[in-house]
Every structure is written in structure tokens, then in C-alpha cells.
Design a protein around this ligand. Structure first.
Ligand code: HEC
Ligand code: HEC
Length: 346
């Protein structure tokens, strides 16, 4: 009799737990539907496309932010995404090649993550289409995390904080699906649109100096910079060759497509926060903005795929200074100090 009571009450408890769990998870599902995270879109910026299968919620963003800053993703727990994508450097790095685990070096310069939500493709190849897929690259790369996402998932599933955050964010245990989607959600919030340029052009405040305005005219009118670095994000999102070398070590987009016509073609980078993201170019080979302008003034090296928009020109000393002053107006101090983007472990 006693046993039966215990058994029945046991089943009863289990049923209550299951029911509670069900109502809890449907509440969470409803919450995700009803309470999507609203990105603040700066004046002059279009509404970004958020994939239907990974709508933003604050739970997802918070989990992704923790993973972004957690070295647990690397094989020896020494390197995190943030080791190479640093907030105070607009989520880029200040060395030409950032070291991964055991100080291993790959071949490309860590780009800024400024406004990646708008990028139709990621990586210099201009080929990979989603942030979700991109996450697998650093995780597996020998010179980055040298790890395996299945092993990472198993390790994280044993951590009670990550485990409960995963259930709250995606209603499932932490796995590769949750890891890639949550980090992407965090990355999609990294929007920068309050530079001096934005204040002048989109918010209609009169903040640019005479020199900065002259630089802006050079950039958009006299020189052909905005042929490629165009629009609100200073990129037309195409791949181009800007004549860095006659012979490139890096095959650029051809790495992904195997097509000769894509040899040494690189994604046109945004110029937002450019003051903070030196050194420049896919290999970090140019140290300063002054030298970047020297490169463009020279008309670049001959390469079969070099764009015909890259032509030699001459600037006076003052014009060069004006152009650099303008480029520095693309720095967004709010972006690099936004507490929502900072290391949650500190
Ligand atoms: C060891 C340094 C390093 C680490 C660690 C690292 N990255 Fe990167 N990241 C790079 C480099 C270098 C590139 C450019 C690679 C290329 O184009 O092939 C890059 C490119 C990217 C891009 C493409 C940006 C664009 O606009 O094209 C994204 C997004 C990104 N990383 C996110 C991450 C995330 C998320 C993590 C952690 C899971 C991470 N990175 C870890 C160095 C690193
Ligand atoms: C034909 C297209 C094109 C034109 C025109 C062009 N650029 Fe670029 N720009 C690129 C490409 C492509 C890269 C990246 C090349 C690489 O990584 O090897 C780049 C890189 C840069 C970088 C470095 C960005 C970074 O994050 O490393 C700066 C700064 C820059 N360009 C400024 C300018 C200025 C200033 C002008 C006008 C004088 C200009 N560009 C004209 C295509 C162009």
C-alpha cells in the first residue's frame, strides 16, 4: 500500500513536472514570438535581414555574447573570438596576423565585425553566405581554435549556466545548432552608426570641420573611392582587386570558387571605424592610412583582375590630410564603449 502511494505520487510528480516543463517551453516559445529583440537601427541605415530560423531574442544574444568571449571554444581554452575581434578596436585586431592557439599564425588580417549583420557574404573571399556557417571556420582552423564543435557542445552541456541558458534561448540542449546561432545573434547586434559622419549626414548636425568636409568631397567626388566603398556602410559588398601586388600569395575569392576570374579578388571592406582597425588589407600589409592613400595614389600594381577604377592620382599635402581627417570621422566611440557588447565575464 505504502509502496503504491509512493509510486502513484511519484508518477503524479513526474506528470506535474512534464506538464510544467511543457507549459514553460511553450511560454518560452511564445516569448520568442511575442518578444523579439528590437535592433536599434541608426538614422540612414536600412532594416537588416534577420534569418527566419534565428530571430533575435535577448536570451539568444546574451548566450552568444558569453560564447564569443569564452576561450572554452578553443582546444586548450586559451583563445576566444574576442582575442582577435576586440571591442576597443571595433572588433578587429592591431596586429597584421592574430595568433590562434599555441601562437599559430594563419594568413589573413582579422577584419572588423562592424555592421556584419548587413554583409551578404562574410570573409575576404566574399563567398560564404551566413554568419552561422562562418562560426565553424575559426572553431576548426588549425591556426585559430583547432577544435571540434561536437566536443565543445559536450563540454558545455555539462555546465549548468550554459545548459540552462541554451534551454531558455532555443528550447534545446546546447549543441552545434545553438552555438552557431547564438553567436551569430550577438554578432548581428554589433551595429555602428553614430560616427561624426552619421551625425553630419544622417542626423543633420553640423559637426564636420572644414578639413573633414573637404576630405569628404575628395572621397565622394574627385577620387573614385565611393565606386567601391559606397552607401551607408562604405562598401558595395562586391569583390574587387585594388592592385596591391602583381603576384598575390593569397588567391582571394578563387580559394572558394576555383575560378581564374576570381584570382586575388577580395571583398570590399567597410571603412567604418577604419581609424581603429590598422593594419590594413587582407594580409595586414599596410600599416597606416597615410600609406593606404599612397597605395591608391600610385594606381596600384598591375594585375589582370585589377579594377579600372584604380587609377593613379596626385594629392597635395593638404588634400591628403583632409582625406585622412574625413576617414577618421567614421570612428564611432559609442560602438567601442557600448556595455552591451563588452566582455560579460569582467
Ligand atoms: C586567431 C584569430 C581569430 C579568431 C580566434 C577568430 N577570428 Fe574571426 N576572423 C579572423 C580572420 C583572420 C578573419 C578573416 C578570414 C578570412 O577572410 O578568410 C576573420 C573573419 C571573421 C568574420 C568575417 C567578417 C566579414 O565581414 O567578412 C566573422 C564574422 C568572424 N571572423 C567572427 C568570428 C567569431 C564569431 C569567432 C569565434 C567563434 C572568430 N571570428 C574567431 C580572425 C579570428
Ligand atoms: C575598385 C574598388 C575600390 C576602390 C575604387 C577603392 N577601394 Fe579601397 N579597397 C578595395 C578593396 C577590394 C580593399 C581590400 C583589398 C585587400 O584586402 O586586399 C580595399 C581596402 C581599403 C582600405 C583598407 C580597409 C581595411 O579594413 O583593411 C582602405 C582604408 C581603403 N580601401 C580606402 C580607399 C580609399 C581612400 C579609396 C579612394 C582613394 C579607395 N579605397 C578606393 C576596393 C576599392
Amino acid at each position: 500500500m505504502k509502496n503504491r502511494i509512493i509510486k502513484i505520487s511519484g508518477i503524479f510528480c513526474l506528470a506535474i513536472l512534464v506538464l510544467l516543463g511543457m507549459s514553460l517551453s511553450s511560454q518560452i516559445a511564445k516569448k520568442a514570438e511575442l518578444d523579439p529583440y528590437k535592433l536599434e537601427i541608426p538614422e540612414g541605415f536600412p532594416e537588416p535581414i534577420i534569418p527566419e530560423n534565428n530571430l533575435l531574442t535577448s536570451e539568444r544574444i546574451e548566450l552568444g555574447r558569453m560564447l564569443f568571449y569564452d576561450p572554452v571554444l578553443s582546444i586548450d581554452s586559451t583563445v576566444s573570438c574576442a582575442s582577435c575581434h576586440k571591442q576597443d578596436l571595433a572588433f578587429a585586431d592591431d596586429v597584421h596576423i592574430s595568433p590562434g592557439v599555441e601562437d599559430r599564425l594563419a594568413a589573413r588580417n582579422a577584419p572588423t565585425l562592424t555592421n556584419v549583420v548587413y554583409n551578404p557574404t562574410v570573409l575576404f573571399d566574399g563567398f560564404l553566405e551566413t554568419l552561422e556557417k562562418q562560426i565553424l571556420v575559426p572553431i576548426q582552423e588549425h591556426a585559430e581554435f583547432a577544435h571540434n564543435i561536437v566536443d565543445i557542445s559536450e563540454k558545455l552541456a555539462k555546465d549548468s549556466t550554459y545548459s540552462s541558458m541554451s534551454w531558455r534561448a532555443y528550447e534545446r540542449k546546447i549543441d552545434p545548432f545553438v552555438i552557431t546561432r547564438s553567436i551569430s545573434s550577438f554578432e548581428r547586434t554589433l551595429i555602428s552608426g553614430n560616427s561624426k559622419y552619421d551625425q553630419e549626414v544622417f542626423q543633420k548636425k553640423d559637426v564636420l570641420s572644414k578639413s573633414e568636409k573637404r576630405g569628404m568631397n575628395l572621397f565622394f567626388d574627385k577620387l573614385e573611392c565611393a565606386e567601391c566603398h559606397s552607401g551607408f556602410n562604405f562598401t558595395n559588398f562586391s569583390t574587387q582587386n585594388n592592385g596591391l601586388y602583381e603576384v598575390y600569395e593569397d588567391t582571394g575569392r578563387m580559394r572558394a570558387t576555383k575560378l581564374e576570374e576570381d584570382r586575388a579578388m577580395f571583398k570590399v571592406p567597410t571603412l567604418r571605424n577604419i581609424e581603429l582597425t590598422a593594419p590594413y588589407m587582407h594580409d595586414g600589409s599596410i600599416a597606416t592610412l597615410d600609406e593606404v592613400i599612397d597605395h591608391y595614389q600610385s594606381g596600384g600594381k598591375n594585375h589582370v583582375n585589377k579594377s579600372d577604377k584604380i587609377q593613379p592620382f596626385t594629392l597635395t599635402k593638404r588634400e591628403k590630410k583632409d582625406l585622412i581627417n574625413f576617414l577618421k570621422c567614421l570612428t564611432d566611440d559609442d560602438f567601442i564603449s557600448n556595455p552591451d557588447f563588452s566582455n560579460p565575464f569582467e
